[in-house]
Design a protein around this ligand. Structure first.
Ligand code: BG6
Length: 302
C-alpha cells in the first residue's frame, strides 16, 4: 500500500521500490523515519516522546513562527516557547496528492493548536494555515511548507526544517560549501565569516549560517563519501547543530547518551530574519534531500 494511515502516523512507500519509505507522525507533522533500501537516514532518539507529550527529539521537527527564543521583547512572538507551536500540535492528514512520486499533505490551522499556546502569538489575533507536503522518490525526500496568512493582520515569522541526520561517526563527518558565509556562532556568542572549505566536528557545535545562496548544496560527507545533499528553496539560512557530550547529557529525551556521535542536524530555514506576510499572502519554502552522488565544491561567488 503506497499510503497507510494509522491512528497517530502515516507511512508512505515508493511504488517503484517498496524498500523506500517515510513515516510522518501526525503530532508536529514530524517525519520520524526515512528509509532508503531499508536503511534509516534520519536520527531519532530512543527516548523521543512519540505520544504527543513533547516535541519529538529527532526526525524532522518543524519550527514556526519563531526560531529559538525571541529576545526582542517588543516582538509579537516573544512570549512563545522555544521553536514555536507547530512541532507540538497535532496536524490533520489531508491525504495523498500524487502517486508517483508518492506525495502526501498535512494541514494545520488555529483550530489545531492549543488555544493557550496560540494566545502567546500576538495575543492570538493572527490566522494562519500551514500545509506540509512530503514527497518520496528513489533517492529523495522533499518537504515543502506553504504558509498562508488567512487573517486580517500581517505577521512575521521564522521557518525551519530541524532535520536530524543519522550518520556513522560525527568525527569522520564534514559539511561543505559554507565557506565565506556570515555565521552566528551560538556556542562562542560571536559572529564572523566562515573560512573553512568544509566544517568538521570536535566539540559542541551550534551555528546559524546566514544568506547561503540557494545554488549551494550542503553536503554531509563521511570519509570522502557523500551521505546526503541538502538543497533549499526560499530558505536562505542553515543551522548546523551537534550537542556533543554535555548538552546531550542535559536532555532527558536524548538517548542513548552517546547518540551525539551518530547524529548531525543540518537545518534549512528562514531564521536570521523574519518573513513578513501580509493578509491573503502565501509563502513557500522547501528542503530537498538527495542521497549520494559526487562531492561538489562551491566557493562563495555571490
Ligand atoms: O531542544 P530543542 O528546543 O529541540 O532545540 C535543540 C537545538 O535546536 C537548534 O536548532 C538550535 O540551534 C539549538 O540552540 C538548540 O539547542
Amino acid at each position: 500500500m503506497p499510503v497507510e494511515e494509522l491512528e497517530d502516523r502515516v507511512i508512505i512507500t515508493d511504488p517503484i521500490d517498496p524498500t523506500n519509505t517515510a513515516t510522518i507522525l501526525k503530532y508536529g507533522a514530524t517525519v520520524i523515519s526515512w528509509k532508503n533500501q531499508s536503511q534509516e537516514k534520519l536520527w531519532l532518539s530512543e527516548g523521543a516522546h512519540l505520544d504527543g507529550s513533547k516535541p519529538v527529539r529527532g526526525g524532522i521537527p518543524l519550527v514556526f513562527p519563531v526560531f529559538g527564543k525571541q529576545s526582542d521583547e517588543t516582538h509579537p512572538t516573544f512570549k512563545l516557547p522555544q521553536h514555536g507551536f507547530v512541532r507540538n500540535s497535532t496536524w490533520e492528514f489531508l491525504g495523498q496528492t500524487s502517486e508517483n512520486p508518492i506525495t502526501v499533505q498535512f494541514g494545520l490551522g488555529k483550530e489545531n493548536v492549543d488555544p493557550e499556546a496560540y494566545k502567546l502569538w500576538g495575543e492570538g489575533k493572527y490566522d494562519v494555515t500551514l500545509i506540509l507536503t512530503v514527497s518520496l522518490t528513489k533517492d529523495k525526500l522533499v518537504t515543502s511548507i506553504d504558509v498562508e496568512n488567512t487573517g486580517k493582520d500581517a505577521f512575521e515569522f521564522n521557518w525551519l526544517f530541524h532535520t536530524y541526520f543519522k550518520i556513522p561517526d560525527i568525527t569522520d563527518t564534514l559539511v561543505n560549501n559554507l565557506i565565506d558565509h556570515q555565521v552566528v556562532d551560538k556556542v562562542l556568542g560571536e559572529e564572523y565569516v566562515e573560512k573553512a572549505p568544509a566544517i568538521g566536528f570536535h566539540e559542541e557545535f551550534d551555528r546559524v549560517y546566514k544568506d547561503v545562496h540557494e545554488d549551494k548544496t550542503l553536503q554531509i560527507i563521511e570519509l570522502g563519501k557523500v551521505l546526503v545533499n541538502v538543497d533549499r528553496e526560499n530558505l536562505p539560512d542553515a543551522v548546523v547543530w551537534n550537542p556533543w557530550i554535555n548538552k546531550s547529557a542535559g536532555m532527558a529525551d536524548f538517548t542513548p547518551k552517546d547518540g551525539w556521535k551518530n547524529m548531525l542536524c543540518v537545518e534549512p530555514g528562514h531564521v536570521s530574519s523574519m518573513v513578513d506576510l501580509k493578509p491573503g499572502a502565501k509563502w513557500t519554502g522547501s528542503q530537498i534531500l538527495t542521497l549520494g552522488g559526487e562531492i561538489k565544491i562551491q566557493a562563495n561567488i555571490y
